[in-house]
Design a protein around this ligand. Structure first.
Ligand SMILES: *Cc1c(COP(=O)(O)O)cnc(C)c1O
Length: 576
């Protein structure tokens, strides 16, 4: 066999959830990015990642008694815990030269694999006061700030990798449009000396051979768009390449379209999301790689011990989770009881409310944004009270931040508090503030049921239900995103509604939600505990074994990262 020269995959993402103490993410996109890198490290793939340092983080959420949200920065100092990369680079922003340095974080796998993450940082004395803030705040500031950040991420990040010696063989995985300007960097480098107007479609094709693009949302606000005027101000002369190659959308710069034009492999993050994205962008061939979660990270300690006892290989090879199908139900239930106790203890510690471990506990945690309809279950409080009274007691634990500028999301959090007050002891409701990685871990592992009721078809994938599945927590969810693939009715959980191809009918969804709770889910929980245990077990064996990032990364490897059919590009980390 010819000596394989390993290809490096450079994974670019505006947010990456590395660990609890590093607040460089806001939600699902960042958690997915972190889980992807954790699995790449487990698999010893030659992947490196680029993101921003986000010294001010996203924000710390505080909720008052009425559910009013206030925000505080969640600062961290990269220099206090990470080594600095020796190389620095410069980028042009609004005609100024901005110096970019980077901190090196290492994601360590369960094997000896390591994935380096470079966190870009412009807080340097030689930069202007404004430029020093460019790598501070995730999704803060106005569109000018955002575009400047994206120049640092895409063009600064790509330049840094050049300076570090990642050569021509490097492949670029653009995780959501924020990093699409790296394509402009690659185009310029290819032109090397030729004028922008000499750039050709072949040049775009050459760049596309090196890029992979994953789109993450069918919500229009999730696709960055900047006016031509702003783009020309920020990019200066470099906008000429966009002109000559007609990379504009009308007069605007659409980051998604830029990435679509400059990538050879494009995918949505679940089968349904592929279909919806294909309708949004009919001129590009869009594939599907369904998301996952990092199994070891999101499995709570009681289940880790259980899996270690029955199939210790699961940490290295997540396929072994399939063998959960033979684990005795009693052991599944004992492990879940321990996870639930841990969650209730922490809820008491954080929110000062002691919930009853015998009571059926619904978990709901995600970004508080309109389409997620966090308060759907409170549409008819009498109906909910009646179900709890007649079929069995119910309590609900919530978590989730609203974006600081999202007044509708904030109002939704207040409505949940109000509903909780009205329900009192009939259905106890606790909203735990500051949803982040640790809280997500507790809620997805300690609840009895994971509820999700977004407006179809806006949930690209969703991943918290996958975390729940790994912990033997079944989902009750609208058929959208991953749940279309994961729901085997009555076996791995339950669906709200049936025809996933139709847009949501809000009234119908509410009716179906109450119906399923009253007639199917709550009666099963209280009346047939063994059968309930079987659903828990199926959630692990059937869904946990598939909806993990190890399977997902292997799919990227097989379908996207290995260019053409060349066996010489088989990806392995060089051995030391
Ligand atoms: C898993 C996770 C998310 C994403 O969950 P979705 O179901 O995809 O919305 C967001 N935030 C945190 C803290 C998480 O742990």
């Amino acid at each position: 066999m010819a000596a394989a020269r390993p290809t490096t995959v450079a994974y670019f993402s505006m947010e990456i959830c590395l660990e609890q103490a590093i607040p460089t993410y806001s939600g699902g996109l960042g958690v997915l990015a972190g889980d992807t890198l954790r699995s790449a490290a487990d698999l010893r793939l030659p992947v490196v990642a680029v993101t921003l340092a986000h010294r001010q983080g996203y924000f710390r959420q505080h909720l008052d008694a009425e559910g009013g949200q206030t925000e505080a920065p969640s600062e961290w100092q990269p220099e206090s815990r990470l080594p600095q990369v020796p190389q620095t680079v410069t980028v042009q922003v609004e005609g100024r030269t901005v110096t970019v340095r980077a901190w090196r974080y290492e994601v360590r796998g369960v094997t000896d694999g390591v994935v380096p993450v470079f966190l870009l940082d412009t807080r340097l004395p030689e930069n202007s006061e404004f430029d020093r803030t460019l790598t501070d705040t995730l999704y803060g500031g106005d569109s000018r700030y955002r575009l400047c950040q994206e120049v640092v991420l895409g063009m600064g990040g790509a330049a840094l990798l050049d300076a570090m010696g990642y050569g021509e063989g490097t492949q670029y995985h653009i995780n959501e449009g924020h990093a699409a300007l790296l394509c402009l960097h690659l185009l310029e480098r290819r032109l090397s000396g030729r004028q922008p107007w000499e750039a050709s479609v072949e040049d775009v094709e050459a760049v596309a051979r090196r890029c992979i693009f994953t789109t993450h949302t069918p919500v229009p606000a999730g696709h960055d768009r900047f006016t031509g005027e702003l783009t020309r101000e920020v990019l200066g002369d470099r906008a000429a390449t966009l002109d000559s190659l007609k990379l504009w959308e009308g007069t605007d710069l659409n980051m998604t379209r830029l990435a679509l034009r400059c990538s050879r492999f494009i995918n949505g993050v679940a089968l349904r999301h592929q279909q919806v994205s294909q309708e949004m962008f009919p001129e590009f061939p869009i594939g599907a790689v369904t998301n996952g979660v990092h199994a070891v990270t999101w499995t709570a300690e009681p289940f880790r011990r259980l899996f270690d006892k029955h199939f210790p290989e699961w940490r290295r090879d997540n396929n072994y989770l399939r063998y959960a199908i033979t684990v005795p139900i009693e052991e599944i239930r004992d492990a879940h009881r321990a996870s639930k106790a841990a969650m209730l203890d922490e809820v008491e510690r954080r929110a000062g409310v002691r919930l009853d471990p015998r009571v059926f506990t619904i978990g709901f945690a995600r970004r508080a944004t309109t389409y997620k309809r966090t308060d759907l279950i409170f549409q008819d409080l009498d109906r909910l009270r009646a179900i709890a009274h007649k079929v069995g007691p119910i309590q609900i634990v919530y978590g989730g931040k609203a974006h600081p500028k999202d007044d509708n999301g904030k109002a939704m959090i207040r409505r949940i508090h109000e509903a909780g007050r009205k329900l009192g002891d009939a259905v106890r409701v606790v909203y735990v503030e500051n949803y982040e990685m640790t809280l997500g871990h507790l809620l997805t592992s300690g609840s009895d049921l994971w509820l999700n009721n977004p407006m179809r078809p806006l949930e690209a994938s969703g991943t918290s239900g996958m975390k729940a599945a790994l912990n033997g927590v079944p989902s009750l969810s609208v058929l959208d995103g991953w749940w279309i693939e994961g729901c085997l009715e009555g076996t791995t959980g339950w669906a709200i509604g049936d025809d996933y191809t139709l847009p949501s009918d809000p009234a119908g969804d509410v009716t179906e939600l109450y119906y399923k709770l009253e007639r199917v889910v709550v009666p099963l929980f209280y009346g047939m505990p063994y059968k309930w245990g079987e659903v828990q077990r199926n959630a692990i064996a059937i869904n946990g074994s598939f909806f993990n990032t190890q399977r997902m990364v292997m799919q990227y490897l097989q379908n996207a990262y290995v260019p053409g059919s060349g066996a010489d590009s088989l990806l392995v980390q060089p051995t030391a």
